[in-house]
Design a protein around this ligand. Structure first.
Ligand code: GLN
Length: 478
């Protein structure tokens, strides 16, 4: 096991270490691992990456001011638009598509002199929990190549876990940044809804999702969120807040109020349970105040999430008719053309979700499904907001250890079930952080912390405290 944090690399670069050397180091990791892991759908040409490094070195030598992420290599999930590399969303429907504009978050990375190294694999249109539903190939977990890295931001998580990027952008609609973080010993933070611009994110469930910073440590995630967060005129749901600035002072365990919500703590398999309680008891022995709570309505969180997510997905995916976006349909009458483009362009799970989403929205069923789900959502949000006013919620990240490739593909419900602890934060619109707390049988286990709206600072401070207890900052495979 190695340890490397992005902010340390940044300091070395500022102290005069050559940027090209850093680029070479990361490329060597890609060379070593990528063949087996397959985290990337597309990689930037190495020569171009070296050139970016040289440019930055020249500017540094001249004493010019450089950006906050100068020389860091960032991997970007392939549902976030970039002009330099194609954006496929993991779907045949967008195979070869090159966006005419950069997502706001990508513009912000470039403005801070980050270098985009490549676009990472995901479940098709971010619909999945393992990255096996990518139309291209499954990504493997660097900690155990027979296992999945979680999903849908599995490519981002794996690229970090093998050292093939310093930082990564994922997206999180129902856990897609946090589940992969838990499975790869990395950190993922789903921000408050509206803190990060969604402009240039290929939409799946608009009312639920946020582009999410991912990294190998809490400090690195904070650094990345400072750069991508804050109001954007091009996203109507973006909050009128400035770029966040975080203190890197760890929280004090003493007096820290932690609520253990029964519905989000119970039900995980034994090794996961054990590591969860180790950390919670450690915090308690150092003075944190624990309180056990129940929120019965959370037993409805998973069906509520999936009803809303499918309905939004069905509406979003209607734009893919094989006309404006590239697809290889044949000519013919309109219905046949569109039908053929969709039959070929969409995978099985995406089609399933479109069908179910249309059903949940259709006349006669709308009240029973979609409208009912929005009501339960409101009840969940109210409960979570009430609780986060007095404590941080501690929750499991995943009910199971990273499964083997193929293990859970026979039944979609087995995939949906993996999100049982993560969807709550998306339904409530509140921030949530997953960080590593240990390994069981060589497999990473994470813990999840949830705070109130715009309380990312609390998550970061607590995350830093937990890192100081576990010593698990910056870890990656050898
Ligand atoms: N696994 C969940 C789903 O398939 C969450 C995906 C996500 O967060 N993008 O909907």
């Amino acid at each position: 096991m190695k340890s490397r944090e992005a902010w340390q690399e940044l300091e070395k670069i500022r102290e005069g270490r050559d940027v090209v050397g850093h680029v070479e180091e990361v490329l060597a990791r890609v060379e070593k691992w990528e063949g087996e892991v397959k985290a990337y759908i597309s990689l930037e040409i190495p020569e171009l990456l070296r050139q970016r490094g040289e440019e930055l070195e020249r500017r540094l030598r001249k004493g010019e001011k450089v950006g906050k992420l100068a020389g860091l290599l960032v991997s970007v999930k392939d549902n976030i638009c970039t002009t330099a590399l194609p954006t496929t969303a993991g779907s045949r429907m967008l195979d070869g598509y090159v966006s005419p504009y950069n997502a706001t978050v990508v513009e912000r990375l470039l403005a801070e002199d980050a270098i985009v190294i490549g676009k990472t694999n995901l479940d098709e249109f971010a619909m999945g929990s393992t990255t096996e539903l990518s139309a291209f190939w499954p990504t493997r977990n660097p900690w155990d190549l027979t296992r999945v890295p979680g999903g849908s931001s599995g490519g981002s998580a794996s690229s970090l876990a093998y050292g093939g990027a310093d930082l990564s952008l994922g997206s999180d609609t129902g856990g897609s940044a946090r589940l992969p973080a838990a499975y790869t010993a990395t950190v993922g933070l789903k921000p408050t809804y509206g803190l990060v611009s969604r402009y240039g994110l290929i939409p799946y469930g608009n009312s639920l999702e946020q582009i999410s910073p991912m990294a190998r440590s809490v400090r690195d995630v904070a650094l990345l969120l400072e750069v991508i967060g804050g109001w954007d005129a091009r996203d109507a749901t973006s909050l009128r807040v400035g770029s966040p600035v975080f203190s890197l002072e760890p929280a004090e365990a003493r007096g820290q109020k932690i609520c253990l919500v029964k519905e989000m703590v119970e039900g995980a398999e034994e090794p996961v349970e054990k590591l969860f309680w180790n950390v919670v008891e450690k915090l308690s022995s150092e003075g944190a105040e624990l309180e056990e709570v129940r929120i019965p309505v959370l037993s409805k969180a998973l069906p509520t999430y999936y009803t809303i997510a499918f309905a939004e997905a069905a509406s979003n995916l209607a734009r893919y008719a094989g006309i404006f976006y590239p697809s290889k349909g044949s000519s013919g009458i309109w219905e046949e053309y569109v039908g053929e483009a969709r039959a070929k362009g969409f995978g099985r799970e995406v089609k399933r979700r479109i069908l179910m989403g249309v059903y949940a929205l259709s006349e006669g069923f709308r009240d029973e499904f979609y409208v009912a789900a929005t009501r339960v959502r409101r009840a969940i949000r109210d409960e979570v907001l009430k609780l986060t006013r007095r404590c941080i919620i501690a929750a499991q990240a995943s009910p199971i250890l990273p499964p083997r490739i193929g293990e859970r593909l026979d039944d979609p419900l087995k995939l949906y079930y993996m999100d049982m602890y993560t969807v709550v934060a998306n339904l409530a619109g509140v921030p949530a952080l997953v960080q590593p707390i240990g390994f069981s049988h060589g497999l990473p286990v994470g813990i999840q912390w949830i705070a109130g709206p715009l309380e990312e600072q609390k998550l970061i401070s607590l995350g830093l405290l937990v890192e100081s207890l576990t010593g698990l900052a910056g870890v990656m495979v050898d």
